[in-house]
Design a protein around this ligand. Structure first.
Ligand SMILES: Nc1nc2c(ncn2[C@@H]2O[C@H](COP(=O)(O)OP(=O)(O)OP(=O)(O)O)[C@@H](O)[C@H]2O)c(=O)[nH]1
Ligand SMILES: [Mg+2]
Length: 541
């Protein structure tokens, strides 16, 4: 029989036992410290109880979950079919941008806090794009660029040679327009021969003058990420700066900004002097300002434009639209505008809750001034993190980027992104878990859809039955046609005849019966129109 343990053997008892040979004075001090600790603990308990009672008495908050394609389908599959790996998803549908609209409208202090981080983000975007080193997979979903690394290799590694094809064909295809992907599939070598314009010694000089941007990139990443994340990155296989990967911020981690300090000091406005140390020659803002003319020169250079044309790159459609505003964003007086804040891209990792006081509440719930908006990162690894948020949401805002008709999923080049959105919408509408949740559909990125169609990208090249109908936004969004996408391998690729909005409405009716269908054509980077939708409660369309 095992010997009985004496209570003094218990490590916890030993840990809290008074020290042996304790003097009366020491004992007195210890007792006082213990009493103080108990007082603090009781106060915390009282406060928590008080908050619980207050929350019970106050009207229920309106809870809104922001979802884009991938997050939802991954969770549903996990719930219904755990062994099945979640499918590839679409991030960049505009969830965080919608959240930022809420923040700009309802939280002036948060707006101030966003400034410093977004200045760094805008600068990072300029530095990376000017070096043509935007990371793989980090193209905004509005981009149809096939391979920024290709241009990078021309400009930065082999300036006088033709580039070699990328090492990883799958990555290369990630955001490739279907047509080009199609061509590459059926061309004998797997790639279409391209004619690159020759570079001159002036381009080499330009490249050398822009070299300090590498240092800027590293410094900005350090500025943006919490210390532990920077350390993790440095420890990973990317052992040195600059990092060839997309920057993401875990929503639970506070950004480490100068502005958090300002906020703590009660400041709610700023000027650029708060954000750039002009006496430090290594400050990213100072270097960018010094490189500004060369960056502008680079982007105006006809050879570089031609290179981008050959590579099917459309920088104006990327998040880095700031390249058109280089002079403004690198000027000493630069402070990010609301537009800049909405357009700067930072991938979300994790689930974050944001609280707002809203004067009128809609979305089909009880009136309440307290709104809680949940933003969920679009990566599949986060699935389990946000599943618990499902059951008590008043509404889900589901963002379907409709400009993606000519793009395929990053992880599955056989699936058209728009077709994937239909599938995901169907999954939400038919989910028994969401029976009591209002579903609000944002058909997002309308501005990009319009630009794409105007630039001559034909809907009919991707959606067969669209045929020769007028290639403009109005026809595309309202005309009746079959959604039979090219290059879709799923069984349900022949979809019923309807227009874009009606297609989603039809799926809702088919799978959710007579539940109300709230739908909006949105460009959530447009603060004014988005504010109208969010503020005036025009949810019923
Ligand atoms: N032009 C345009 N850009 C948009 C629109 N909506 C989002 N974007 C841009 O698309 C990029 C991605 O948007 P996010 O809001 O970060 O996407 P997300 O869904 O939060 O992505 P994850 O965090 O990766 O899940 C950002 O650069 C946005 O500025 C839109 O309606 N029009
Ligand atoms: Mg996000």
């Amino acid at each position: 029989m095992a010997p009985r343990r004496h209570k003094d053997d218990d490590p916890l008892t030993r840990a809290i036992a008074p020290p042996p040979n304790e003097t009366p004075t020491e004992r007195e001090l210890r007792m006082a410290a213990e009493q103080e600790a108990k007082r603090v603990s009781d106060a915390i308990d009282d406060e928590l109880n008080r908050q619980r009672i207050a929350e019970k008495k106050s009207p229920r908050p309106v809870k809104i979950l922001l979802l884009g394609a991938s997050t939802l389908i991954s969770a549903l599959l996990l719930l219904y079919n755990p062994p099945c790996p979640p499918p590839a998803g679409q991030s960049e549908s505009g969830k965080s941008t919608t959240l930022k609209n809420f923040q700009l409208m309802h939280s002036p202090k948060v707006r101030t806090a966003l400034l410093a981080d977004h200045m760094a983000l805008v600068h990072l975007e300029c530095a990376r794009l000017s070096m043509q080193r935007r990371p793989h997979g980090a193209l905004s979903s509005n981009s149809t660029s096939s391979s920024p690394s290709m241009l990078s290799s021309i400009l930065y590694q082999q300036p006088t040679q033709h580039p070699t094809p990328p090492h990883h064909p799958h990555l290369h295809q990630a955001c490739m327009p279907l047509r080009h992907y199609h061509q590459s599939l059926y061309s004998p070598t797997g790639t279409t021969p391209k004619e690159y314009p020759p570079l001159t010694p002036d381009h080499l000089k330009l490249k050398m003058r822009l070299a300090p941007l590498i240092q800027v990139e590293a410094a900005l990443i350090r500025k943006l990420l919490p210390l532990d994340q920077v350390e993790d990155l440095t420890r990973s296989n990317l052992t040195s700066f600059p990092f060839h990967q997309e920057i993401s911020v875990n929503s639970s981690a506070g950004w480490k900004t100068a502005f958090n300090r300002l906020l703590r000091n009660g400041r709610d406005s700023c000027d650029s002097m708060d954000l750039i140390n002009w006496s430090d020659p290594d400050d990213p803002g100072v270097i960018l300002h010094a490189c500004s003319d060369d960056m502008i020169k680079l982007w105006a250079d006809p050879t570089i434009r031609k290179l981008m044309e050959v590579e099917k790159m459309r920088p104006e459609e990327m998040a880095g639209f700031f390249l058109d505003a280089l002079h403004r964003v690198t000027s000493p007086k630069y402070i990010p505008t609301d537009d800049d804040i909405l357009r700067a891209r930072l991938k979300t990792v994790g689930v974050s809750e944001h609280r707002f006081q809203v004067k009128t509440g809609h979305l089909g719930s009880s009136m309440s001034s307290d709104w809680r908006v949940f933003d969920v990162g679009g990566q599949r690894s986060l699935v389990t993190a946000w599943v618990p948020y499902f059951d008590d949401m008043n509404a889900i805002i589901f963002l379907a980027p409709i400009s993606c008709f000519d793009q395929v999923l990053q992880e599955d080049p056989n699936v058209n992104r728009l077709a994937d959105s239909f599938l995901l919408w169907k999954s939400i509408a038919s989910s028994p878990l969401l029976k009591k949740t209002d579903l609000v559909l944002f058909l997002n990125k309308c501005d990009i859809l319009r630009t794409k169609l105007e630039s001559g990208i034909r809907l009919g090249d991707y959606i067969t039955s669209y045929g020769d109908r007028p290639n403009d936004f109005e026809s595309a969004s309202t005309c009746q046609f079959d959604f039979d996408f090219r290059l879709i391998v799923r069984d349900d690729d022949t979809l019923p005849s309807t227009d874009l909005r009606k297609k989603f409405a039809g799926l809702m009716k088919e799978h959710a019966g007579d539940r109300p269908f709230y739908c909006h054509f949105t460009s959530v980077t447009d603060t004014q129109s988005t504010a109208l939708i969010l503020q005036n409660g025009k949810y019923r369309s």
